[in-house]
Design a binder for this molecule. Structure first.
Ligand code: ARG
Length: 494
């Protein structure tokens, strides 16, 4: 509302005498325009309210462009030096909060250039040679997304380290494993946490793949068709640490699949965080009692003094809705757009900023929650033994020791579970005679496999839940993490 009122005020001024911003705007593209834009035009057109976040990338792109223009003889060395000095000042003003933003100047590109011209005059007016805002914005936005991916890479390393520490501490802590949220077979907590570590490795890898594809430079594509000036796109690409210039100028200015891919990777990754968050919510409820929530990530109730609420976990569980919504929103914007640039594409930034901000908060909050993770092993152990969780172990014993076909063993075990259910006892507490009433060949030796500990220890197949397996998984994961943190030069450039 406040913003709208402000825009209206600026717009009202447009009907009267031109604002200072409009005068500056006329010098950017207003050569053939008689009157300034209407208030509502300005309001719908201006992106400065959000794209000011691209200022550092915009300035870096302009510096690389100026260097290249000078190296190719398109502008003089003196102009290049003036542009550099001026852009440095613009950056300092923005960072010091001394820069005036004005919706009449539309976007960050026009703001930076206009201020540059005020500071350095004609040299600044030469900067836009052989360039358009179309290749400029595509360059800035790719650089910004690349920066976000690089931040996430470091945050994922912290997250995975934290998961591995929890898994290591609980490699042998028993808990029920569930299917359909019904007690299925006992597992270890370390194994359960390592499942999330595996997801996190893939999420991190998806972001790395996204980075490899997005890291090409659109700069020099100009408006859409390239330029007649003798520019050097390889030079600007290298200066901005892109792997190469984009091969097609139309594609360079009109593609946003890099942003969609980033949001798709974040959407998938946030479904994983959401599932872990949900388990924290579930496990912390007194009915489960598997976890005690730490003070740092829970809140109290204003009416029920006994309550401790897992708000942070609930919000991480929820944020996937906003992140996947942002992806879906930009998909709709991009669908059916003709080549090359259309102003529709200005709508690309807000969803990406929102998804990146939301995801960053989720990842940091989840890392904090896992660092504070306080399981209650007794409650988990107790629950692990309930629900006849070792019934499969009994069936497997019948197969192994009595050479029974698995389907028959399943049937016999079902009958024994029913007997235990009627006697209201665990399988391990059911007298041998009762078991023998279902299958006479069962011996005392069966009790060796009916404890939760024995069940878990027996699951030694690759990727299984036996504590020694879990420790091996953690060791392999630590090696993978170390290798990732020290990528070879070729790998990082892929
Ligand atoms: N603010 C615009 C955007 O974000 C910059 C590109 C404008 N290009 C143009 N031809 N009007 O997309």
């Amino acid at each position: 509302m406040g913003d709208q009122e402000n825009a209206k005020k600026t717009g009202d001024a447009a009907h009267g005498k031109a604002s200072e911003g409009q005068t500056r705007q006329q010098t950017m593209w207003g050569g053939r325009f008689g009157a300034g834009p209407s208030a509502v035009m300005q309001e719908i057109n201006a992106s400065i309210g959000f794209d000011k976040r691209l200022y550092a990338e915009d300035i870096a792109g302009s510096m690389a462009h100026a260097d290249m223009l000078a190296a190719t003889g398109i502008i003089s060395a003196a102009d290049r030096d003036a542009i550099h000095k001026g852009l440095g000042q613009v950056k300092a003003e923005i960072e010091a909060g001394e820069f005036t933003f004005d919706p009449a100047l539309e976007d960050i590109h026009m703001h930076v250039e206009s201020r540059l011209r005020e500071i350095v005059g004609d040299a600044g007016a030469r900067l836009h040679t052989a360039r358009s805002r179309n290749d400029q914005v595509a360059t800035d936005f790719r650089l910004w997304c690349r920066g976000a991916v690089d931040r996430f890479d470091g945050l994922y390393a912290d997250f995975i380290h934290t998961l591995l520490d929890v898994a290591e501490a609980h490699a042998a802590t028993l808990m029920p494993g569930f299917t359909h949220l019904q007690t299925a077979q006992p597992v270890t907590l370390g194994h359960h946490i390592m499942a999330y570590a595996e997801m996190a490795f893939r999420d991190r890898a998806r972001l790395a793949d996204c980075r490899a594809r997005l890291n090409e430079s659109p700069l020099g594509a100009a408006a859409l068709a390239g330029t007649g000036f003798p520019i050097d796109r390889h030079m600007t690409a290298a200066a901005l640490e892109f792997d190469r210039p984009m091969a097609n100028s139309l594609d360079a200015v009109s593609s946003r699949d890099f942003a969609l891919e980033l949001m798709a990777a974040l959407s998938i990754a946030s479904t994983h965080l959401s599932r872990l968050a949900d388990e924290i919510v579930l496990w912390a409820t007194p009915a489960f009692g598997f976890l005690t929530l730490s003070d740092s990530f829970s809140t109290g109730s204003s009416i029920m003094p006994q309550k401790r609420n897992p708000d942070a976990a609930e919000l991480v569980r929820a944020k996937v809705g906003r992140i996947a919504g942002a992806l879906s929103g930009l998909m709709m914007v991009m669908k059916g757009l003709p080549l090359a640039y259309s102003k529709d594409m200005q709508e690309d930034k807000e969803p990406v900023f929102q998804a990146v901000d939301d995801f960053e908060l989720c990842l940091v909050a989840m890392t904090g929650m896992m660092a504070d993770f306080r399981p209650n092993p007794d409650a988990m152990r107790n629950a692990a033994g309930q629900g006849f969780s070792t019934a499969t172990d009994l069936a497997d014993w019948l197969v192994r020791e009595l050479k029974m076909p698995f389907r028959d063993a399943h049937h016999v075990t079902g009958a024994i579970v029913k007997l235990a259910e009627n006697q209201k006892c665990d399988l391990a507490a059911l007298p041998l005679v009762d078991m023998q009433s279902a299958e006479p060949k069962i011996t005392e030796a069966v009790f060796d496999v009916l404890s939760v500990e024995a069940s878990v220890a027996s699951r030694t197949s690759f990727g299984g839940t036996a504590p020694d397996n879990v420790r091996a998984q953690i060791g392999a994961a630590r090696e993978k993490l170390t290798a990732w943190e020290k990528p070879t030069v070729t790998e990082s450039k892929q």
